[in-house]
Design a protein around this ligand. Structure first.
Ligand SMILES: Nc1ncnc2c1ncn2[C@@H]1O[C@H](COP(=O)(O)OP(=O)(O)O)[C@@H](O)[C@H]1O
Ligand SMILES: [Mg+2]
Length: 395
């Protein structure tokens, strides 16, 4: 894809986009007005204040924020390692608001926890440590061994399965602990700085594995506390915690793709990342059903679409042209010119589309005159667009 934004560029401004989030049916974590305090009486200190958070099945969400801001506290509440005090909390369809010990234990079995301290059994080998976890879900010894070996191999420890923790490096021990957390294919993974002790390559292996689990048939949900910048490309969303409050909650992975898709639009070529990010924040979300025609070749286009989920088929001159999926854009922005859609696009599956309409585009222009002049300059510099209307004629 020709793009004004380099593939390796730093998408530093993009984390600030808050594209309106689609309403999803399968919410795995729903927190509402969650407060939490340590201690009691004179020593009582409130550390979480009125936190709302919704995470859907298959999402990878990163939580960042300064040390002491309450990230671990919120994570342990979600994992039922700590009793709720105030607010509502539902996890994997269970209400934890007033859950007792027994309910908490049941939930914990469905969660894969990854902590900074690995807590491996020193007298057990790597594979035996991982097998300990499979014992939670009874299976034959052969099957348990196979599953444990498979996940250790995926994490690059195929050669080290028989080693005791004392003969493994810090990073290798951490990967054994990660294997142990994931071997039962938990519906939810809660990870507290899981890549802190890993080198760049093993960090990437772990993140690829988690992303693969989220995108795979299990649609695992992952909530990850980290400061690791490399993680951002793997995440659907970043949640930022400051002084006990979630302060931003933005879509990142799709935002990066939307900006790339916008950058590839002829009419917007040459605009910088910050300008395109601002434009992306004016987009709204639409759902389309399988079989629906979204745009038609030859008809005047006044909407630009970027695919959030689902697959579409594009046709050119009546012939199948290509399949379109996550992050790809189609349609056109004809803010200044009426131009026909180049292709017909039909939804193959149910789709979630981020849409920038002509009206959104004008609202974006009006909200920011610098932006408008940048768009205008970019357009004027393009061959064939010299008939653009004069300044001031934007409706
Ligand atoms: N067991 C505890 N008892 C009392 N205070 C605690 C305890 N655990 C954490 N805190 C305090 O709660 C606040 C939030 O801590 P934490 O959730 O660990 O933050 P983070 O994970 O973002 O670093 C900090 O001020 C910390 O000192
Ligand atoms: Mg912490």
């Amino acid at each position: 894809m020709a793009s004004a934004v380099s593939e390796t560029g730093t998408f530093s401004t993009i984390t600030s986009i808050a594209v309106k989030q689609p309403a999803r049916a399968d919410v795995v974590i729903r927190a509402c007005g969650v407060n939490y305090a340590y201690g009691s009486g004179e020593t009582r200190t409130q550390v979480l204040f009125d936190n709302d958070l919704e995470i859907s099945r298959g999402e990878v969400v990163i939580m960042t924020g300064p040390s002491g801001s309450g990230k671990s506290t919120l994570l342990t509440l979600i994992g039922a390692l700590r009793r709720m005090q105030e607010g509502r909390l539902e996890v994997l369809g269970r209400d934890l608001t007033e859950a007792g010990d027994a309910d908490q234990v049941v939930l914990r079995k469905e969660v894969g926890f990854i902590f900074q301290q690995h807590n491996l059994f020193s007298s057990l080998s790597a594979i035996e440590n991982v097998r300990m976890a499979t014992a939670l879900r009874p299976a034959s010894v052969a099957e348990m061994n196979e599953r444990a070996a498979e996940i250790l191999t995926k994490l690059g420890l195929g050669e080290r399965m028989g080693h005791l923790p004392s003969s493994l490096s810090g990073g290798q021990k951490q990967r054994v602990a990660i294997a142990r957390a994931l071997v039962n294919r938990p519906a939810l993974v809660l990870a507290d700085e899981p890549t802190a002790s890993l080198d760049a390559e093993s960090g990437k292996t772990v993140l690829d594995l988690l992303r693969g689990m989220a995108d795979g048939p299990d649609r695992t949900t992952v909530l990850l506390v980290t400061h690791d910048q490399r993680v951002i490309d793997h995440a659907d969303r970043i949640v930022n915690m400051v002084a006990g409050r979630i302060v931003t909650n933005s879509l990142t992975r799709i935002a990066v793709r939307i900006v790339r898709a916008l950058a590839a639009q002829d009419a917007l070529r040459g605009l910088g990342e910050a300008t395109l990010s601002r434009l992306a924040s004016f987009m709204t979300v639409e759902t389309h059903h399988a079989g629906e025609t979204i745009v038609r070749e030859g008809e005047d286009g006044d909407r630009f679409y970027a695919i959030g989920s689902g697959i579409a088929d594009a046709y050119y001159a009546g012939e199948f042209d290509e399949e379109l999926c996550f992050g790809e854009g189609f349609g056109i922005i004809t803010a200044y010119f009426n131009r026909p859609n180049r292709r017909t696009v039909i939804a193959r599956t149910e789709m979630e589309l981020y849409v920038l309409s002509k009206e959104d585009f004008f609202r974006a222009l009006k909200a920011d005159t610098t932006f408008e002049s940048r768009v205008r300059t970019a357009l004027m510099s393009m061959p064939g667009y010299l008939d653009a209307p004069a300044a001031g004629s934007v409706p």
